[in-house]
Design a protein around this ligand. Sequence first.
Ligand code: CP
Ligand code: NVA
Length: 308
Amino acid sequence: MTHFLSLADFTPKELRQILDLAINLKDEWKAGGNEPLLRNKVLAMVFQKPSLRTRVSFDMAMRHLGGDALFLSPSEIGLGKRESIADVSKVLSGFVDAIMARVFSHAHILELAKHANVPVINGLSDFNHPCQAMADALTMLEHHGDLSGLNMTYVGDGNNVAVSLMHLSAQLGINFTISSPEGYQIPEEVVIKARALRKNGAATLELNSDPHQAVQGANIIYTDTWTSMGQEQENQKRMEVFPPYQINSLLVSEAESDVIVMHCLPAHRGFEITDEVADGSHSVIFQQAENRMHAQKAILVHLLNKSH
Ligand code: CP
Ligand code: NVA
């Protein structure tokens, strides 16, 4: 059973195959519509947290491919509360062809996958966000043509989005620099894993707490919220620590002239990113959001349509 839980679980070749498929499915969709590769397949979408992009993009991806999606809200199934995660997983496996889940604890997505007889897709956990990074890779390819050798600088919280971007970079040869304040760095074990994933040490991986130094030479600047879902009680403290890590026009001007500015959204305008940058000529944030749908079509087809 193949699940989609972390970009560290795949080979670079598999990730490139999924990205190639995403490009083809996007072209096909733009040319008039997709072949019904997932006809009669149903995806259960389990959410412990809110979502706009993940929910709608997975739902539309399934519909475009001839299948269907079922939304299960946080209050409906009470994952691990009303019923054990193992039982939910076994029950859903009898009804649907795949499960996508957005959870608080990463252990919960691992537990779902452990007991499922159908593929499980990680739609964000407190540890990582692999579907987001695949959509971002598609966006980077569209703008820069090739991933290998690009310089990406992530500025802000060393969170779930940063983890998947670090995995992506190590796997596909992107030079990755991350600039986070003291106490909010990406977990050390992720850095160790990413260093191990790098093929022949081709891509560089740097930690640099000075965002102005970190964006030197960047072709991609990436940021995300300073307070992720589930960390709301830390919000006040984070608002004091993170302002030097804001993506504003000055910071963007210090990067390469071809730099693209990325944000997984939802954005907190005026905090981690200014309006001027979010709506400016370097920003690709809405293309990223649209690419969630195209990248996830490829993930779904890769998992559910082995003959493809
Ligand atoms: N980027 C992202 O995952 O957005 P949602 O939280 O709206 O799904
Ligand atoms: N880091 C953010 C990403 C939202 C898509 C969060 O977990 O809330």
